[in-house]
Design a binder for this molecule. Sequence first.
Ligand code: DGY
Length: 321
Amino acid sequence: MSKPYVYITRKLSEHVMDTLEKHFSVEVWPYEDKPVDRETLLEKSKKADALLTMLTDQVDQELFDQAENLKVVANLAVGYDNIDLQYAKSRNVTITNTPDVLTDTTADLTFGLLLATARRMKEALQVIPNNEWTTWSPYMLAGADVHHKTIGIVGMGQIGEAVAKRASGFDMKILYHNRSRKKEAEEKMGATYVSFEELLQEADYVVCMTPLTEETKDLFNKEAFQKMKSSAIFINTSRGGVVDEQALEQALVNGEIEACGLDVFKNEPIDQSHPLIKLDQVTAFPHIGSSSVETREKMMELAADNITHVLNGKDPLTPVN
Ligand code: DGY
């Protein structure tokens, strides 16, 4: 009997590939820094028993309709807004993600971005290379304190809680908004559950950690930014789709909020022509939330293990549907 066929949409670590190759017939899109083109993805999906996908791949109705053998799609991310879950369910395809293994790494980056934005590190990094450091001066690149301020976390999942843990180390007052109350976070870190509106009004740092869904699309819109303090700093390491980027730009230009730190954008990748990048108050990273070598390898291993489990008739380790 021929081995099940697995298609992987980006070059991954050798040892993950070796593990899969022991059991399956594996083919890989050969590039690390270039997404698979749509035509190839559809073509390979036609005979695939399993796909190991990136968040840059659209796994939609068109793909499922052609992929008659497909049993599992293992997405290399905790987010899965690139996959049509409902349709996958109707086709009996298991979808898995990579939670847990990336929680602390993503929380570290989120808190790092918050610190970088508050303390104007983007501007500071330019001063010496541009030969602009003429003297010490009292207000040179004076930013905002983080310690003892109020953080408002929207979306208190695992990563939200890990951000709260870091915030408690900075003696911050922690507010959160979530679909459900998180009693443990309230008890352990003294986090207080508030309405979305109250959070926007009270927080010095509004941190978006909510996944992108139909309900959260453009959640941070003109009205939301207008409710924030004029000194507020907005941080997003979740998905660009939860933010109305034009409204954010206007809020920054009009001084309705102070600054923002973004790791994610609506249409990635972006470049320097993006209107938000032109603003001094914006600190921007290219979607690197979970990007440490250790964590990315754990994500790859988990995605590969999910495939192995499903193709061997076992329950997936981290299913999302
Ligand atoms: C995720 O896992 O969803 C992240 O955005 C990837 O870094």
